[in-house]
Design a protein around this ligand. Structure first.
Ligand code: FES
Ligand code: FES
Length: 161
């Protein structure tokens, strides 16, 4: 099937089988290497992207679902001002995820910030289960996202820190 969607701010027009997963399309057709194949069942977080501002497991998204969607991957997100809020907050609070899930945690933080202006712990709890993370606890992540939220608000009002 032919479909069009937005990937990292650029229009994409591709022709793929309707059941092809977004994960495969990103890696094989579009050269995006930040998404990885892990569990293949939507649980581990290795293939995470943002789809229309929400966290999504690309291994679970069939091509036919992609039409006119907006997809962002972490390599693109790292170039944005929004990322700077998250990077700053992670450093400030000492929340330093390992290489295995750093990208997922960054996109997770951004999805939370896009959904909630002032995220509370209960808002963030449902997110944290969406990656298999073995070396950081939820508490420091919640703290880091709260700091990022505060910084983003200050930035919106023209104060830097
Ligand atoms: S490979 Fe997609 S969530 Fe595990
Ligand atoms: S920070 Fe290491 S697995 Fe999540």
């Amino acid at each position: 099937m032919k479909l069009d969607f937005l990937l990292n701010g650029q229009n994409q027009y591709i022709d793929v089988p309707p059941g092809e997963t977004l994960l495969k399309i990103l890696r094989s057709n579009l050269g995006i290497k930040s998404v990885h194949s892990g569990c293949g069942e939507g649980h581990c977080g290795s293939c995470t992207v943002l789809m229309n501002d929400h966290l999504a497991a690309s291994c679970m998204i069939p091509a036919f679902h992609l039409k006119q969607k907006q997809i962002e991957t972490v390599e693109y997100f790292l170039t944005t001002d929004e990322f700077v809020d998250i990077e700053w907050a992670f450093l400030k609070t000492g929340f330093l995820p390992c290489k295995y899930c750093a990208g997922t945690k960054v996109l997770m933080a951004e999805a939370i910030l896009r959904e909630f202006e002032t995220p509370q712990e209960e808002d963030m709890r449902s997110y944290i289960t969406r990656t298999w993370c073995t070396c950081t606890a939820p508490g420091p992540f919640f703290k880091a996202v709260s700091e990022a939220s505060a910084r983003r608000k200050r930035r919106a009002h023209g104060t830097r820190r």
